[in-house]
Design a protein around this ligand. Structure first.
Ligand code: PLP
Length: 424
């Protein structure tokens, strides 16, 4: 295929007619596919079904320390469940609080409490307009939380190895910039893992705000897809050198390990932050769902158990990631209108199409029966300034469905590019 930018108007018209024909053929097939949300497939959910047999009258619903998990108590979670999360995140059990069914909920709750009660001496909501640095493209639900609390979002570009730290260090000279939410491993949507150097720069930050917090959303900490996996430097280890441990609140969950919405989430934090959070939790709840914690602890046992289980997920996900990447490589070959990454893990593939054509690509896909994450969603306020980023979630459809959906997406992106270039 030819480089679109070098085509004459006449050549572009020929290309347009050809691509339009392929698009119309696709449309006539009446597809009904969805690549919008990062949900495990039913086959992935089946992989964890035995979890329900792990807790029963035989073990008396009892935790290792004798706690009857059917009853109230144990605010910060079962020790055996803490151990699993502590191993996965590389921290001590004392620095873990096992929470409910959602890490998003922990993030919402933490920010809510910073607003009303503060992360330092003064509640954020009493400090005028406050802001967060937002690595982009990013996770729409993070932006949703910040928007909900009226926190202004400042875009920071994601580079190949993490957020542009020069820009972040500039922004945090402003005392009203109170934080940043990051997905440090297999980021959503680009699948980028922060380099050691970037993690160190983050640990070394000296924000003007003494109550600055980084939410380290390690949602994909053990979610390798390829044989080659990325290694992430432990943020609390890196922070030790700069005594900045209090700046970080790490969260994760088993949503993409066992069951989204019916898994277990956890937070990891410094001793001081754990004490603060515990104090608030005492008022908030008598304890989280220990039966679910026990189920997970008995079923997965330890980090090796988790990792073995994740290999089954990888076997299911890998052909799906490959199908999308193969299709893009073929369909965009030589056109120069698209870039994507081939991540080693996580849940997403991020596609950048020709500037100014992502929304149009999304519309074309929708009209032909393929639903994508709405273009723009990977940016604060749903506004991609260059209108070019599209997040693809390949986990839920079958490989066959994905092949069709990815081909239609590529054809739509090419059609949108032709339309734009023909208007020049
Ligand atoms: N964080 C990231 C980066 C995600 O991609 C997702 C879900 O897609 C979540 C958090 C949601 O996690 P949970 O189900 O634990 O709330």
């Amino acid at each position: 295929m030819s480089l679109y930018s070098s085509l004459s108007a006449e050549q572009l018209r020929v290309e347009y007619d050809e691509v339009k024909q392929s698009y119309d053929d696709f449309k006539a097939r009446g597809l009904e596919l969805n690549m919008a949300r990062g949900k495990p497939s039913p086959a992935q959910l089946d992989m964890s079904l035995d979890i329900f047999d792990s807790v029963n009258a035989l073990n008396g619903y009892k935790a290792q320390d004798g706690t009857d998990c059917r009853n109230y108590g144990n605010l910060t979670g079962l020790d055996e469940c803490k151990t699993i999360f502590a191993q996965a995140l590389g921290v001590q059990n004392d620095n873990i609080i096992v929470c409910g069914n959602s890490s998003l909920n922990i993030m919402f709750d933490y920010i809510s409490q910073c607003m009303t009660h503060g992360a330092g001496d003064k509640p954020w909501m009493l400090q005028g307009k406050i802001k967060f640095a937002c690595p982009v493209p990013g996770y729409d639900r993070h932006f949703g939380i910040l928007e909900h609390f009226g926190i202004e979002m400042l875009n920071v570009p994601m580079l190949a190895d993490g957020p542009d730290m020069d820009k972040v260090n500039e922004l945090i000279k402003d005392e009203t910039v109170k934080g940043m939410i990051l997905v440090p491993k297999y980021s959503n949507p680009e699948g980028i893992t922060l380099s050691d150097e970037c993690v160190r720069k983050i640990a070394a930050m000296k924000p003007a705000a003494e109550d600055f917090r980084v939410i380290w959303d390690n949602a994909y900490c053990i979610h390798d897809v390829n044989e080659t996996s990325d290694e992430l430097l432990n943020i609390f280890e890196a922070a030790k050198e700069f005594s900045s441990e209090d700046m970080f609140i790490e969260v994760t969950s088993t949503s993409k390990i066992s069951f989204p919405g019916a898994g277990v989430s956890a937070l990891a934090a410094s001793d001081r932050n754990i004490e603060m959070i515990k104090k608030r939790m005492t008022v908030q709840t008598i304890g989280n769902d220990k039966l679910n914690q026990l189920r997970h602890a008995i079923y997965f046992k330890n980090l090796d158990g988790l990792k073995n289980h994740m290999k089954k997920h990888a076997a299911s996900l890998k052909p799906k990631f490959d199908a999308v990447i193969e299709c893009f490589t073929k369909e965009f070959d030589g056109t120069g209108i698209a870039q994507w990454k081939n991540p080693n893990g996580g849940y997403f593939i991020s596609l950048n199409v020709l500037d100014g054509t992502a929304k149009r690509t999304g519309e074309l896909c929708k009209d032909a029966g393929v639903v994508l994450t709405p273009p723009g969603a990977t940016y604060p306020y749903g506004k991609d300034p260059e209108d070019k980023n599209i997040r693809i979630a390949p986990s839920f459809p079958t490989v066959e469905e994905l092949r069709k959906a990815a081909e239609l997406l590529a054809i739509s992106a090419r059609l949108a590019a032709c339309e734009k270039l023909l208007k020049r």
